[in-house]
Ligand binder design. Sequence first.
Ligand code: FES
Length: 89
Amino acid sequence: MRKKRRIGHMKITVCIGSSCHIKGSRPVVEQLQTLIAENDLGDRIELGGTFCMGKCQQGVCVTVDGALFSVSPENVKEFFRDHVKAKLA
Ligand code: FES
């Protein structure tokens, strides 16, 4: 039997491979941590890192429950609003 996902719970994974790192994975992670804290979503979002996903050209690569997004330090706020907060609302 498949394990049920907790309702309203989300897993965000940020690539910290070298190519994504150069494109700003560290500030992306830091901004996500701040946004999660500001929105009081720490108990609903699991934020983690992963090594190269093999999609370096699309970096910074971020997955939300397995779906891949191309995020940058410049658009991380919009990404969070549209693809994280909106889905948890
Ligand atoms: S370094 Fe992030 S996908 Fe390769």
